[in-house]
Design a protein around this ligand. Structure first.
Ligand code: ZN
Length: 392
């Protein structure tokens, strides 16, 4: 146990079944003084970010020791680790500084659990910005990204602290997290902006960002959700063209089988609560029918072979067009954003689009272009989050 010790307020080591270095996760072994995760999170200062680094797994290796679930225990297990401990799960390893919480999935027949890294936010952020940006990009791009990522993580934590056992995940649907990294520019960007967050009306905003907006900003209300907290100027997008128009991601084409795409959309009719989508029999074209104040499409019309058509919100369309559907072939060419049009050519539906990601807030490629022009990270932030207050 040189590399691993158990949190003193949670299970002590003797409460685990140990066999050949195998530690068992769960309440079945009768911890005398177990601490529920909710209690642990309440007692933590707010700057600890809870990152889910693996979902519903049955085994994880932490500091050389294997942990497995057993008998549906529902009490989280907290594991104190030394700084820079290697955590291996699903064949992927991360170096983590903080602590690890194994959160059993209640009543799961496989005795599986989520693996949550609890990481101090300033320790967490270098692993985010290094995962989100290319290592050779400008310092000010990294610094702007660090501020956006810090605000996003804290806003998520505030929103989720009472209702979830994690704040963020480590993938692109949340924000990337590589664990501890050695990239110098990532550390400098986090240190330079230490503690800096974005606020509106004295509240930290979820500072969404994406790879490339395609030239026109989306609003969080249109692209993320209709939550009240999204109806604020910093999340409604800037006016005018963005600076990302000279990069590879600005324009893209995906050629898809028109028949399979139609079936995919039909299959999503129920999930999206759009019965008319089930009636589309052949897709002739896909065209924008409404836009936001910046000109970016917010609704698309899908025109069928005859007179049938269906209007879909862009955020729903992108979900449907890339959705895995049983019995349908895997998607070879994904639509990279909802900023698109489509036209049928023979049996192929050619989708032409702009950008990559939802297009809300900071555009990473645009930020890099701005930094290349000598703009500071503060100016980059002010461009992408109109009227926001930068709080240090
Ligand atoms: Zn852009």
């Amino acid at each position: 146990m040189e590399n691993t010790k158990i949190h003193p307020n949670s299970c002590t080591r003797r409460n685990f079944v140990v066999a050949s270095g195998l530690l068992v996760v769960g309440s079945v072994v009768g911890c005398e003084k177990q601490t529920a995760l909710t209690k642990i999170s309440k007692s933590r200062p707010p700057e600890i970010i809870r990152v889910r680094i693996a979902k519903k797994v049955t085994r994880v290796t932490i500091g050389g020791f294997d942990f497995v679930g057993k008998n549906n225990g529902d009490t989280p297990t907290t594991i104190e680790i030394k700084p820079k401990t290697t955590v291996i799960v699903n064949g992927k390893s991360k170096i983590i500084t903080g602590r690890i919480v194994l959160h059993p999935i209640p009543k799961d027949a496989d005795d599986s659990f989520d693996v949550i890294a609890h990481v101090p936010i300033e320790q967490y952020l270098p692993g985010v910005v290094a995962g989100e940006l290319f290592a050779h990009w400008h310092f000010d791009t990294f610094a702007a990204q660090a501020v956006a990522a810090r605000s996003y993580a804290i806003a998520q934590q505030i929103a989720r602290k009472e209702r979830s056992h994690f704040d963020v995940t480590d993938g692109p649907s949340s924000q990337m997290f590589l664990g501890d990294v050695t990239l110098d520019v990532a550390h400098r960007a986090v240190q330079e902006t230490n503690g800096t967050v974005l606020q509106w009306n004295n509240e930290i905003i979820p500072a969404y960002y994406s790879a490339c907006c395609g030239g026109l900003a989306a609003s969080a209300t249109d692209a993320i959700s209709g939550a009240k907290q999204h109806e604020i100027p910093p999340l409604c997008g800037h006016s005018g063209k963005d600076f990302c128009t000279n990069v590879d991601t600005h324009a893209w084409t995906a050629n898809r089988s028109a028949r399979v795409l139609r079936k995919r959309l039909n299959a999503c009719a129920k999930t999206l609560n759009l019965p008319e989508l089930a009636n589309i029999r052949s897709i002739r074209s896909i065209e924008p029918v409404s836009t936001n104040i910046h000109g970016r499409p917010t609704e698309l019309a899908i025109y069928g072979r005859g007179s049938e058509s269906c209007v879909v919100r862009t955020k729903d369309f992108i979900r449907a067009v890339n959705a895995p559907v049983k019995h349908l072939p895997l998607i070879s060419e994904r639509a990279r954003s909802s900023f698109l049009i489509g036209q049928k050519h023979g049996s192929t539906l050619q989708i032409d689009g702009h950008g990559m990601g939802h297009g809300v807030g900071l555009c990473q490629y645009g930020a890099q272009a701005l930094a290349g022009k000598g703009e500071s990270w503060q100016n980059i932030i002010s461009w992408y989050y109109p009227q926001v207050t930068i709080c240090t």
